[in-house]
Write a protein of this length. Structure first.
Length: 168
């Protein structure tokens, strides 16, 4: 665990190395937020990172969504998730699915991805496999703009929890 004081004093590269993981495979967000230092709290750090996403281009925001793996997908089954994603998916019960549940996740994730061009994102730590499947089905009918906004809000929740775990 690191501290706000350390992050405030660290070089940009060290800052990114410590907190860049908060937004899945998108260390550019930490690099942008580093320019906003010093932060008085984790909340200020998180707000700066969320602001970096909000100020980014549509292309970069969609790329951030695309950086997330399918929930209970092939990457998870092959053990290629980031440590944070693996723990979050396991906590939601996605690491111990029946063959039927795997088939349903694959089918529903595929339909969602075909509809929107990016993976379904939800804060797994705030959900169970049942609520994730229900949200996946419900959100499939949203329009693209609504789904982009929803996915980014879920990503902000994921990042907040990761920051809370990593920074004191």
């Amino acid at each position: 665990m690191t501290t706000i004081d350390y992050l405030n004093a660290a070089s940009v590269d060290a800052f990114v190395a410590e907190i860049g993981f908060a937004f899945e495979d998108s260390p550019w967000i930490a690099r942008v937020a580093a320019a906003q230092r010093p932060f008085a709290s984790r909340d200020e750090l998180h707000a700066a990172m969320v602001a970096a996403v909000a100020a980014a281009s549509d292309f970069d925001r969609v790329a951030l969504i695309r950086a997330h793996p399918d929930l209970a997908g092939r990457v998870a089954r092959e053990g290629r998730l980031t440590a944070a994603s693996a723990a979050e998916q396991a906590g939601a019960g996605l690491a111990a699915l029946t063959p039927e549940e795997i088939e349903r996740f694959d089918r529903d994730n595929g339909a969602y991805r075909a509809n929107f061009g990016f993976p379904f994102v939800i804060c797994a730590r705030e959900n169970t496999k049942a609520t994730i499947l229900a949200a996946l089905a419900a959100r499939r009918d949203n329009d693209r703009a609504t789904e982009i906004a929803t996915a980014l809000a879920e990503i902000a929740k994921i990042a907040r929890l990761r920051i809370e775990d990593a920074v004191s």
